[in-house]
Structures are given as structure tokens and as C-alpha cells.
Design a protein around this ligand. Structure first.
Ligand code: ADP
Length: 388
């Protein structure tokens, strides 16, 4: 019984067989009950139509009327029996033919339904064992084919998530290793007496610990924006108020590096639809990078322009520039043009622009970088929808 329960194909075949048997039984019972009466009725009708003598003569083949009628009745009984026998024979042939058809139909159905289901079952087992590249073959457009297509879609999403997870663990491990190795090296140097216990040594250790803690903060923020675990409070807001906040916040940093930080905005700019805090975060990130990668005496300008139904806000610097081949990769997490350069220039983790991209895209906008080349400055631009 359990064997039958676990076999869909067998169950389909048995259900066909059951329907067939019920059909045959009903036909058999109804003919058993109805045929004798119907047969007698038709005979009586025939007798009536042909006249008793004619009928008797036909059945008795021209002999005496009484004798002829008796023989006629006997022949009628024989007729009926033969009729019943040929009916049963025909019913038997029909049952055999229907059983063969049931076998063929259930085999075809099994092939079309059970095989794909079995394929999905074994694929899901392989996926749960970590083989995320497993897919099932799907053809046609019926529900089973749709299920197979959805299954493949789910498998490729799982594969993507798994690849991202592996990449993230690899990246994070790599990023954590560098400051940790540094701190360990300093500590060993101090213990062995190779390094002096001076303010400078402790300062270096503090610097590395600080980098670790910033990396952890950045990772936390990245995980929040990547998983969209925040809500946007989108309202109409003027670009000038966003830029004012930015200038106020970053002026001390720019002044300390003798960099001119200024804005260049048209007077009649439409308000944009934005979450003030989130877009300020993007602007601060871009302008802080611009200050970081611009040598002393340089310039950082924040400007904006309307293009159709969006406003493009740019942060342009006169800094070290970016080689063309790196421009599209900058928004990928942990990507740095020159790892040692950005570390020495202030210990960036390569996450800031990834967070900025997520935030801008959450507003329905785009972000991109342009640079003529190394030493020629860079421009980072993002777009936001206008409020009207
Ligand atoms: P980081 O924290 O390293 O600055 P970001 O994601 O903000 O990380 O930036 C990624 C990389 O893009 C930086 O490491 C740097 O190489 C490059 N970059 C970003 N902004 C500029 C800029 N204004 N000028 C030159 N290079 C830049």
C-alpha cells in the first residue's frame, strides 16, 4: 500500500482502472436490469406490427399455428441468450481495449508529469547539498513547464546569493586581515623590544584600530542599505538647502587641507524628490572623497543642472583623477583604484561609493563617475527626480 502511495504514476493508472471498472459495472448492471424488459417490449411491438399469424408463421416457418407459436417462443429465448452473450463479449473487448488505452494514457501522463516532478525533486536535493548550478529541463508552456521555469529561476537566485555571500566573506576577511596583521606586528615589536613604546607607535596602533572600527561601521551600513532595511522619507527639497548643509559640514575639512569648497547652482532650479538625510549622506561621501583625493590648494565644486524631468547634481574636483578603466568599477564594494594609495590617503574601505549607489538607486536615480585621466580631476554625478 505504501508503495502505491508513493508512486504518482501507479496511482494515476489505478485511478483510470477504477473509473473503467465503475463504468463497466454500471453498464453491466443497467443492461442486466433493463435489457430483458426492453427486449420483451420490442418483441411485443414487432408482434403487434406484423400480426400474430405473420409473426407466428415467420417464427414457425409455415407449420400449425399453436405449434408454430411454441417454437417461436423457444427461438426468442435462444435469440435473447445469444444477444446477451454477444453483448458480454463486446463488453469484454471494450474493457480490454479501455484498459490498454488507460495504460498508454497513464504512461504518457507519467512521462509528462511525474518525470519533471522527479527531476525537480532530485535537483532540489542536489541544490540543498550545495550544488547551486543544478537546473531542470523545461519545455512547453503548461503548469508543469511553468513550475520548472520558476524552479530554475529560484535556483539561479540562490546561486547568486551564495556567490555574493562567498565574495563578501572573502572580501571582509581580506579587509580585516590587513589592520589586524598591522596591530599584531606592532604588539609583537613592542613585546620583543624591537619597537620603542613611544607615542608614535601607540598612535600607529590607534590608527589601525580606528580603521578596523570604521570598516565595521561601513559594513553595517552597507548591509543595511543592501538589504533595504531602512525607510525613505521622500519629500520635495531644494538642491541649494542640501548643498548648504554639505558645505557647512565639510568646510572645516576643506579649509584644513587648503582646498576651496564651493557651490555653483542655477537660481531657478526645481526642487527634487529626496530623503534629505540619505541624499546628504551621498553628497557628503562624494565631497569627502573629492577632498581626500585632491592635493592641497585644489578645488571642489558642487553644481547642478536640470535634464528633462531630473536634476543632475555633480561634485567636481581638481584632484588625482581616475584612469578610464576603473570608472565603472568604483561603485562595486571594496573596489579601490589603488589600494595602497587610498589607504595612505586616509584609510578608505572602498564601501562609500557602493552605499551611495544603493541610496541613489533607491530614489530611482543613477550615479556615475567621469575623469579625463590621472592628475586631471574627477566628476561624480547623480540624478534625482524633480518634484514637479
Ligand atoms: P573609499 O572609502 O576607499 O574612498 P569609496 O567607495 O568612497 O571608498 O571609493 C572607492 C575608490 O574610488 C577609492 O578608493 C578611490 O580609489 C576612488 N575614488 C573615489 N572618489 C575619488 C575621487 N574624487 N578622485 C579620485 N579617486 C576617487
Amino acid at each position: 500500500m505504501n508503495y502505491i502511495r508513493s508512486r504518482l504514476g501507479l496511482k494515476l493508472f489505478l485511478s483510470y482502472l477504477a473509473v473503467l471498472l465503475v463504468g463497466v459495472s454500471v453498464i453491466w448492471v443497467t443492461t442486466r436490469l433493463a435489457t430483458p424488459r426492453a427486449y420483451a417490449r420490442h418483441l411485443a411491438y414487432m408482434e403487434e406490427q406484423m400480426g400474430s399469424s405473420g409473426f407466428g408463421t415467420m417464427m414457425g416457418q409455415g407449420q400449425g399455428q399453436g405449434q408454430g407459436q411454441g417454437q417461436g417462443r423457444g427461438m426468442m429465448a435462444d435469440f435473447y441468450e445469444n444477444f446477451q452473450a454477444s453483448f458480454n463479449e463486446a463488453l469484454f473487448v471494450a474493457v480490454v481495449a479501455a484498459a490498454i488505452v488507460a495504460v498508454i494514457v497513464s504512461w504518457l501522463l507519467t512521462r509528462n508529469i511525474v518525470s519533471p516532478v522527479q527531476a525537480m525533486m532530485s535537483a532540489s536535493q542536489r541544490i540543498s547539498a550545495g550544488h547551486y548550478d543544478e537546473r531542470v529541463h523545461s519545455s512547453g508552456s503548461d503548469e508543469i513547464a511553468q513550475l520548472a521555469a520558476r524552479f530554475n529561476q529560484m535556483a539561479s537566485q540562490l546561486e547568486q546569493v551564495e556567490t555574493m555571500r562567498r565574495q563578501l566573506i572573502g572580501d571582509v576577511t581580506h579587509e580585516l586581515r590587513t589592520p589586524l596583521t598591522s596591530i599584531k606586528g606592532y604588539m609583537e615589536g613592542l613585546v620583543d623590544g624591537v619597537l620603542p613604546a613611544s607615542a608614535e607607535t601607540f598612535d600607529q596602533i590607534h590608527h589601525e584600530a580606528d580603521r578596523l572600527s570604521r570598516l565595521v561601521d561601513d559594513l553595517q551600513e552597507l548591509s543595511r542599505v543592501e538589504s533595504k532595511a531602512y525607510s525613505l522619507d521622500v519629500r520635495p527639497i531644494t538642491v541649494s538647502s542640501l548643498v548648504q548643509t554639505l558645505l557647512k559640514r565639510l568646510s572645516p575639512q576643506a579649509t584644513a587641507k587648503r582646498i576651496s569648497l564651493r557651490s555653483d547652482l542655477p537660481a531657478d532650479l526645481e526642487p527634487v524628490l529626496a530623503d534629505e538625510d540619505r541624499i546628504t549622506q551621498v553628497l557628503v561621501n562624494l565631497a569627502a572623497n573629492a577632498i581626500q583625493y585632491t592635493p592641497e590648494g585644489g578645488e571642489v565644486v558642487v553644481s547642478a543642472v536640470r535634464r528633462e524631468n531630473e536634476i543632475q547634481i555633480s561634485v567636481k574636483d581638481s584632484g588625482i583623477g581616475i584612469p578610464a578603466e576603473h570608472l565603472t568599477n568604483l561603485f562595486t564594494r571594496f573596489y579601490r583604484v589603488d589600494k595602497s594609495r587610498s589607504r595612505n590617503a586616509g584609510g578608505g574601505s572602498g564601501i562609500g561609493l557602493t552605499i551611495a549607489r544603493h541610496l541613489v538607486e533607491a530614489h530611482g536615480g543613477r550615479i556615475w563617475a567621469e575623469s579625463v585621466g590621472e592628475g586631471q580631476g574627477s566628476t561624480f554625478t547623480f540624478s534625482l527626480k524633480t518634484a514637479s
